[in-house]
Design a protein around this ligand. Structure first.
Ligand code: COS
Length: 379
């Protein structure tokens, strides 16, 4: 395994850092207050090629490997985990089509992303999250008309209110369960499709999170991704692919909190000396740095295994779980090192701590990740 970035990757890293410095960092606090990204930010991200990073070359995309994509998300995560989440949601929502879609579906979906479109992955419902098979949105097939009619409600959908296209999981069996779970492409303007309430979240506030309502949404058969009942397998493979990227956003967030705490500890003086000169603070910083590096290495290993097409579910779960726990503990310690200033909205680390919490919850809770890891160990 070679973890050194090549020249092309370093150039890309510099470009993303520049984007973060110009377009994200100056507006982070405002976006956090307003509960939305700066208007026009996604368009600028699209122009920089940050919304179609997973699109393969054959479909007009950059054809990047997973380690490079993770590097991009880490840089975005350093700037704002909410903005990074919104951009990474495009990759999450595209994976099902790349995994199981027809050539026509891949082309349509990738063209949209290449042209700056936003996508949303809609699996979670008020009654289904960790229990992915518990989806109660129904899809009823009309063989004569060649259509499916979808009815149901989706919850906590990233990009829900701003996406152009939706990857919706619905059940084709009245009895429910994982054997009926099926994936569908639903364009935003489809009659009967509505965006419901927008969430007022604790953290990652620049990312748009909404409820979706489907009332007699009729779509053609050609919008079904994969076979009827193949949805659970597609969802699991998608989550395997996306979890290292969640890990990379968490690594970026943790690295930014560590960097801020180190800088602060060198400047802040107590008892006539910089806070950084106290061994208890040094011990905290050393532990934080070890966790961030270990998390990054787990993310890179999972990405490499994915690109080598070897089984990597366990490693993807490890990367997501460890990086999310790292983001939570490192941002909490950054607040601690900064004391009262860390707890104040005048400084960025309290937002980072709020942002970190969701990393342990979304795209599979860390309890689910531990379940996946244990299941693989006990197989
Ligand atoms: N890749 C491909 N197929 C997979 C898979 C994977 N990673 N994981 C499971 N499957 C397949 C299994 O092979 C099995 O197929 P067969 O029945 O044909 O043998 C089927 O899916 C069921 O597998 P399993 O019995 O392991 O599933 P469980 O019902 O026990 O569920 C958990 C396992 C809980 C791990 C799964 O439901 C899960 O990951 N849930 C979390 C979902 C999530 O992340 N939600 C967050 C919201 S979405 S952002």
């Amino acid at each position: 395994m070679d973890f050194a970035f090549n020249e092309e990757q370093l150039e890309l890293q510099e470009m993303v850092r520049d984007f973060v410095a110009k377009e994200i960092t100056p507006n982070v606090s405002e976006m956090d207050k307003n509960n939305e990204a700066t208007p026009g930010l996604m368009k600028k991200a699209a122009d920089m090629g940050l919304l179609n990073v997973v699109v393969p070359e054959e479909f007009g995309g950059p054809g990047l490997d997973s380690v490079t994509i993770a590097m991009i998300y880490e840089e975005l995560g350093k700037g704002c985990a909410g903005v990074a989440t919104s951009m990474a949601a495009n990759s999450l929502a595209t994976a099902p089509v790349l995994i199981a879609g027809t050539e026509e579906q891949k082309k349509m979906y990738c063209d949209l992303l290449n042209n700056g479109g936003l996508a949303a992955f809609a699996l979670t419902e008020p009654g289904a999250g960790s229990d992915a098979g518990g989806v109660s949105t129904r899809a009823v097939h009309d063989k004569e008309k060649g259509t499916y009619t979808l009815n149901g409600t989706k919850a906590f959908i990233t990009n829900g209110g701003i996406a152009d296209i939706y990857l919706i999981f619905a059940n084709t069996r009245a009895s429910g369960g994982i054997r009926g779970l099926t994936a569908f492409i639903v364009p935003r303007n489809t009659p009967g499709f509505k965006v419901g309430k927008k969430e007022d979240k604790m953290g990652i506030r620049p990312s748009n999170t909404c409820e979706l309502i489907l009332e007699n949404v009729v779509i053609p058969e050609k919008n079904r991704v994969g076979r009827e009942g193949e949805g659970f397998r597609i969802a699991m493979k998608t989550l395997d692919a996306a979890r290292p990227f969640v890990g990379s956003v968490a690594v970026g967030l943790a690295q930014a909190a560590l960097d801020y705490a180190v800088k602060y500890a060198k400047e802040r003086r107590q008892f006539g000396q910089p806070v950084a000169s106290f061994e208890m603070v040094q011990g905290m910083m050393a532990d934080m740095a070890m966790k961030v590096d270990a998390a990054r290495l787990l993310v890179q290993r999972a990405c490499m295994m994915r690109d080598q097409h070897v089984e990597f579910s366990k490693e993807a779960a490890m990367a997501k779980c460890y990086a999310a726990d790292t983001a939570m503990s490192v941002t909490t310690d950054a607040v601690q090192i900064m004391g009262g200033y860390g707890y104040s909205r005048e400084y960025p680390v309290e937002k980072m701590m709020r942002d970190a919490k969701i990393m342990q919850i979304y795209e599979g809770t860390n309890q689910i990740q531990r379940l996946v890891i244990a299941n693989k160990l006990l197989r």
